[in-house]
Design a protein around this ligand. Structure first.
Ligand code: DX5
Ligand code: ZN
Length: 224
């Protein structure tokens, strides 16, 4: 079983997104990226409704949980986050992040998810203004800024979200994390780090590489 550092809210963290893993060898893939230097796993749950793609849900999360003790950071790209937050925590997710675009009252949803005893995150698409998440800021542990249109790994980073990262970071308490997701690679990671990002979700720039530990080490070099 792969083990990783326990959850720690401080410092720059690499969250390996298993969306780009070879699902036929899930346990082996997880072990490789965690032993290879990733801090924890990012799980992209897609419902084919909020986003055009369908990925996986609680059963897959439970399979990840059987393979590792690492922190499982679940990103719900679904239209009904409250329907899936409980089953995802029961399956082993430690953190649940929902999209502000699908809810009327993000503070209410954040409080409802917290009742499951997990960390709570709110996220926003590249074109969504930060005003949509501000009402929930007191009720979340992290804000996830999407740097691609959600739905697929392997897309190009949108540098225009960096301003948004800076604006959100200024409003966060020291124990709240700023996470970024989409198109993070050796070219984009340094600018995101400078904009105040703490957690970096990375799929293709790790899993598409032959030497994952070397790819992770290189990314970390640019994170500062
Ligand atoms: C995109 C997902 C991301 C994705 C990132 O909708 O939320 O987590 O796996 O993939 P890369 O790092 O390849 O852009
Ligand atoms: Zn994601």
């Amino acid at each position: 079983m792969a083990t990783a550092k326990p959850y720690d809210v401080t410092g720059k963290m690499i969250a390996a997104s298993v969306l780009s893993a070879d699902m036929a060898h899930l346990a082996r893939e997880i072990e490789e990226v965690l032993k290879g230097g990733s801090d924890f796993l990012h799980l992209d749950v897609m419902d084919g409704h909020y986003v055009p793609n369908i990925s996986f849900g609680p059963a897959f999360t439970a399979a990840c949980k059987r393979s590792t003790t690492a922190y499982l950071d679940a990103h719900l790209m679904v239209s009904e986050p409250l329907k899936y937050a409980g089953p995802m925590v029961a399956a082993g997710a430690h953190g649940i992040t929902f999209h502000c675009e699908v809810v009327e009252n993000p503070a209410y949803v954040a409080k409802a998810i917290r009742q499951y005893g997990c960390h709570v995150g709110v996220t926003l698409d590249p074109e969504t203004p930060i005003e949509r998440i501000l009402p929930a800021l007191d009720d979340v542990d992290l804000v996830l800024v999407m740097s691609v249109k959600p739905g697929f790994s392997g897309q190009a980073f949108k540098p225009e979200v960096l301003k948004k990262c800076e604006a959100i970071k200024k409003r966060l308490r020291p124990n709240q994390r700023l996470e970024i997701d989409g198109g993070i690679n050796n070219d984009s990671v340094a600018s995101a780090a400078s904009a105040g990002v703490d957690w970096f979700v990375i799929a293709s720039a790790i899993f598409d590489k032959k030497d994952r530990p070397a790819a992770i080490a290189e990314l970390r070099k640019w994170m500062g």
